[in-house]
Design a protein around this ligand. Structure first.
Ligand code: ATP
Ligand code: ATP
Ligand code: MG
Ligand code: MG
Ligand code: MG
Ligand code: MG
Ligand code: MG
Length: 267
C-alpha cells in the first residue's frame, strides 16, 4: 500500500516515543482477576500455583525481550523494566506495551495447563492490561519498585488477616471486612497472632514481598552481551524466580523496602 492515495491516513497516528535515557517500566495487570480467581477456585489468600504461573510467564517475556533487565511481580501484576539505553521499537510506548502484554498473555495461557492441570481454561480467557511509564533517575526506579512492594505487603497483610477471620474464625465476608476497617498493620498482626496463632513474619516471602527476576550481566566478554534472565536465589543459572528477600546482585533495586505500619486497606 506504500505511496497509495490512502497513505495520508498514517498522519493521523500520534507519536508516542518515550523520553530517551530513562528507565521504561511496563506494568501489566490481570483484568478482572477477582472473578477469575473465584472461577478457578484459587486458594485464598494466595494460590502458589498462580504465582508460579505468573513467574513462568514473566520469565518467558524476559527471554523474548533481551532489553528487559528486571521484573517484579505480585498478585496479578508484573512490572517489566527496560534498560535506559533501550531503543527497541524506537522506544514507542504502544509497541513496547502491547508486545509485553501480548507475550505475557499468550505465555500465561500456554503455561496454564502445567500449573492447573485439573482446571482447563474456558472463555472468557485471562487477559491483561498494560501501561508504560518513564523513570528518569535510579532513585525514581527504586521508589517505583518500593511502591509496588509496599502495595504487595499492605494487600497481603490485609488479605491474610481477612481470610484467617473467614476461614478459621468462621466469619462471613462482611463481618470480617468490618472487623478490619480502620485497623493499622500492628493490629492486623495482633489479630493473626492472638486469635489464630499466626506469626505474619513466618508467612512465605513470596506472599509477603513478591517475586523478582533479573538479567545477570556477566563481566564484559567477547561472546554474548545480555545473558538470559536469572532469578534472585536459585543456585543454578536459570530456574524459578524467588521471593524478594535476598539482596539482589543488580544495583538498581533496594535490598528491602519499608514495611512500616500503614492504615491503608487494599484495593
Ligand atoms: P482489574 O481488572 O481492575 O485489575 P481485578 O479484579 O484484577 O480488577 P486487582 O486489584 O488487580 O483487581 O486484584 C487482583 C485480584 O486477584 C485480587 O483479588 C487478588 O487477591 C487476586 N489474586 C491475584 N493473584 C492471586 C493468587 N495467586 N491467589 C489468590 N488470589 C489472587
Ligand atoms: P514486525 O514484527 O515488524 O511486524 P513481521 O515479520 O511480522 O515483523 P509484517 O510486516 O507484520 O512483518 O509482515 C507479516 C509477515 O507475515 C509477512 O511476511 C506476511 O507475508 C506473513 N503473513 C502474515 N499472515 C500470513 C498468512 N496468513 N499466510 C502467509 N503469510 C502470512
Ligand atoms: Mg504486519
Ligand atoms: Mg487493574
Ligand atoms: Mg487485576
Ligand atoms: Mg492487580
Ligand atoms: Mg508483524
Amino acid at each position: 500500500m506504500a505511496n497509495s492515495k490512502y497513505e495520508y491516513v498514517r498522519s493521523f497516528e500520534q507519536p508516542d516515543i518515550l523520553l530517551a535515557n530513562t528507565w521504561i517500566v511496563v506494568r501489566i495487570d490481570g483484568r478482572g482477576f477477582s472473578k477469575l480467581t473465584t472461577k478457578y477456585k484459587f486458594a485464598k489468600p494466595n494460590d502458589r500455583r498462580a504465582l508460579d504461573l505468573m513467574n513462568a510467564a514473566a520469565e518467558a517475556v524476559m527471554k523474548e525481550l533481551p532489553d528487559l533487565v528486571l521484573a517484579y511481580g505480585n498478585s496479578d501484576e508484573f512490572s517489566f523494566v527496560f534498560h535506559k539505553d533501550c531503543v527497541l521499537f524506537e522506544r514507542r510506548a504502544s509497541k513496547l506495551t502491547t508486545t509485553v502484554v501480548s507475550t505475557f498473555t499468550s505465555c500465561y495461557t500456554f503455561f496454564w495447563p502445567t500449573y492447573f492441570p485439573d482446571s482447563p481454561l474456558t472463555p472468557p480467557l485471562p487477559s491483561f492490561d498494560g501501561r508504560a511509564v518513564c523513570y528518569p533517575s535510579d532513585q525514581n526506579l527504586r521508589d517505583y519498585m518500593s511502591w509496588r512492594q509496599v502495595d504487595c505487603h499492605i494487600n497481603n497483610l490485609y488479605n491474610t488477616t481477612f481470610w484467617a477471620l473467614v476461614q478459621q474464625g468462621n466469619m462471613d465476608a462482611r463481618s470480617a471486612e468490618q472487623e478490619l476497617a480502620g485497623t493499622v498493620s500492628s493490629e492486623k498482626n495482633e489479630i493473626l497472632f492472638s486469635r489464630f496463632g499466626i506469626n505474619y513474619n513466618n508467612e512465605p516471602d513470596i506472599f509477603k514481598k513478591g517475586s523478582v527476576l533479573y538479567r545477570d550481566f556477566s563481566p564484559p566478554s567477547i561472546h554474548s552481551s545480555p545473558t538470559p534472565p536469572r532469578s534472585t536465589t536459585s543456585p543454578p543459572p536459570l530456574s524459578h524466580p524467588r521471593p524478594m528477600s535476598q539482596p539482589l546482585t543488580s544495583s538498581i533495586l533496594p535490598k528491602e523496602s519499608s514495611t512500616s505500619s500503614d492504615p491503608s486497606t487494599p484495593h
